[in-house]
Ligand binder design. Sequence first.
Ligand SMILES: [Zn+2]
Length: 398
Amino acid sequence: MKYAIIIPDGAADEPIAELGGKTPLEAANIPNMDRIAMEGRQGTAQTVPRSMESGSDVAIMSLLGYDPMAYHTGRAPLEAAAQNIPLEPSDWVLRCNLVTVIDGIMKDHSAGGITNAEARTLIEDLARDLPLDGFEFHCGVSYRNLLVYRGHEQFDLTTAPPHDIPEQPISRHLPRGKGSELLRRIMERSAELFAAHEINEARRSTNLNAATQVWLWGQGHAPSLPRFAERFGIKSGCMITAVDLLRGLAVLLGWDTKEVAGMTSFHDTNYAGQGQMTAAMLDQYDLVFSHVEAPDEASHQADFKTKIEAIEHIDKFIVGPVLEKLRTFPQWRILVMPDHATNISTRKHGYAPTPFAMAGTRVRGLVPAAYNERNASASDLQIRRGHELMEYFLRSGT
Ligand SMILES: [Zn+2]
């Protein structure tokens, strides 16, 4: 059996007045996703437990079949795995975002989607300026960098994800708890150092958001996940994504990762290239997992037009070709679902159960209806513990 899983990150949403009360999924033209729901079935899965913070780290772990309540140790440790940063059990990893803060207000958690090269220069300048014992900076993709701590401080921290506090005063959300002074010092120093940095001067002159400081959050120790092959008996897996934390999950699961030229976290990504790569990898791997960040980023910008376009591009350039490829194999299954909702109205990740659609060999059709939040919630298939969906997808009816 060949399995394909396609994740339009953050695609689920609430009804939007400007769309005549439709959600972006309902407003989008998505014939391939609709076909999967109609030939197969749709339902919802609670990928984010109520007691946890809604984000791709928790939600993707859950939809991969791992209970985040048992296995999740933070977002940053997953990204460290992606970068093959070795971690001792006592080491801490934190996310080190480049963000835009203006007059004390969090304006942009991504510093305008700053380029890798610009981000690297800023982070390296900060690291040089701040020779703090035990801290190591690691550059990631765009605004997503990491700070590793190998010192003796026993942290007990509360931090805030910067994408969850848009337009809010940062003073209310600074790191708190044991060891937090150290983190606040790093954040304050970055603000001083970046204020008149030439990279920011250049960004402002072209109307791009400046990276005014780093924002530290998402701390944790390294997690210990059983490999996917051991857990589910699927021998080989491959993940295609532009996001480090997903690559890290792939590394921890024992999967390979594949790069696609021009693949980004935004709507400028190479959808067609990712679709071709996902289809091609099905020849080599039993399971291919293809993740697209663009709908989530558009939601954080409250840009529902781009969100709809991103969903339509995923349908046309990824789901379509993958479905066509799968039909050349004697046995196959496909699952399409966002990891979590990201709501245009709040620009934040939501907690609503996530709509999924699946089809393929021995997946009997249920109620034929277009794929969207409303129809998925009306289905009989409501999976309350999101991590049980994977077993259902891989084995139901077999
Ligand atoms: Zn997001």
